[in-house]
Design a protein around this ligand. Structure first.
Ligand code: ADP
Length: 214
C-alpha cells in the first residue's frame, strides 16, 4: 500500500509516518529529511537548498522529484509513505508518472487537519534527538530530565533552522498557496481522506489505521 500524508508544517506527518514504518514495515520517504541530509553533506546541491529551506520556501520541483525517483526503485518495503511530497501540482503529476513506471499505485491520501494556532505552538516547541530522530515537544513531550533520549539513549538534541516564527509564516503560506490545492486534486482522484490531527498521538494513529484498513 502506498500512501501520502499531507498537511501543514507541524501537523504530525513525520510522527505518524514513523509509527507506520515501525508497525507495518512501510518505508517513509520524507523529502524534508532527504533535503536536510543533502544539506548536512555539504554537496553543491546541499548548499543550494540550505538557504531556501531556512527561509521556509519550497526548493525546486526538479530537485525533489529527482530525490524521490532514486528511492522508488529497488526497495523491498511493503509500501511507501510519502511525507512532505508532493507539495505542488507538478510534483503530484510527477508522482503519478513515477508510480506508473514502477508498476505501483497510490492507495490513500491522508490529510492531517490542524489549525494554524496549534501549529505555531507545536513547531516553536519542537526538538529532535540527534541520533535517532525521536521528536520531542517542550510542553507535551519534554526531553527527559536526565537528558537522554527515551528511544535510543542519545544525549544530543537539535532544533531545526526553519522552526522559528518567521520561517514558519513563510512555510504556512507556501502550504496554503502551493500544497493545499492538492487536496482538491486527490479528492477528485477518489483517494483523499481526512483525519483530525489534534489530540493524542495514539488516537490519531487509530484514526489513520481506520482510514487505511477500513
Ligand atoms: P515541514 O515540517 O514544514 O512540513 P519538511 O521537513 O517536510 O517540513 O520540509 C522542510 C523544508 O524542505 C520545506 O520548507 C522546503 O523548503 C523543503 N521541502 C521539503 N519537501 C519539499 C518538496 N516536496 N518540494 C519543495 N520543497 C520541499
Amino acid at each position: 500500500m502506498n500512501i501520502i500524508l499531507i498537511g501543514p508544517p507541524g501537523a504530525g506527518k513525520g510522527t505518524q509516518a514513523r509509527i507506520l514504518v515501525e508497525e507495518r514495515g512501510m518505508e517513509q520517504l520524507s523529502t524534508g529529511d532527504m533535503l536536510r541530509e543533502a544539506k548536512d553533506s555539504g554537496t553543491e546541491m546541499g548548499n543550494k537548498v540550505a538557504e531556501v529551506m531556512a527561509r521556509g520556501e519550497l526548493v525546486t520541483d526538479e530537485i525533489v522529484i529527482g530525490l524521490i525517483r532514486e528511492k522508488l526503485t529497488g526497495s523491498d518495503a511493503t509500501g511507501f509513505i510519502f511525507d512532505g511530497f508532493p507539495r505542488t501540482l507538478k510534483q503530484a503529476d510527477a508522482l503519478n508518472d513515477l508510480l506508473a513506471e514502477v508498476g505501483q499505485t497510490l492507495d490513500r491520501v491522508v490529510e492531517l487537519r490542524v489549525e494554524d494556532e496549534a501549529l505555531v505552538k507545536r513547531i516553536t516547541a519542537r526538538s529532535t534527538c540527534g541520533s535517532c530522530g525521536e521528536v520531542y515537544n517542550d510542553i507535551t513531550k519534554p526531553i527527559p530530565a536526565d537528558g537522554t533520549c527515551v528511544k535510543c539513549g542519545g544525549t544530543e538534541f537539535k532544533r531545526r533552522a526553519d522552526d522559528n516564527e518567521e520561517s514558519l509564516r513563510t512555510r504556512l503560506m507556501a502550504y496554503y498557496k502551493q500544497t493545499a490545492p492538492l487536496i482538491g486534486y486527490y479528492y477528485h482522484a477518489g483517494n483523499h481522506c481526512r483525519v483530525d490531527g489534534l489530540g493524542e498521538i495514539d488516537a490519531i494513529k487509530a484514526a489513520i489505521a481506520e482510514k487505511l484498513d477500513g
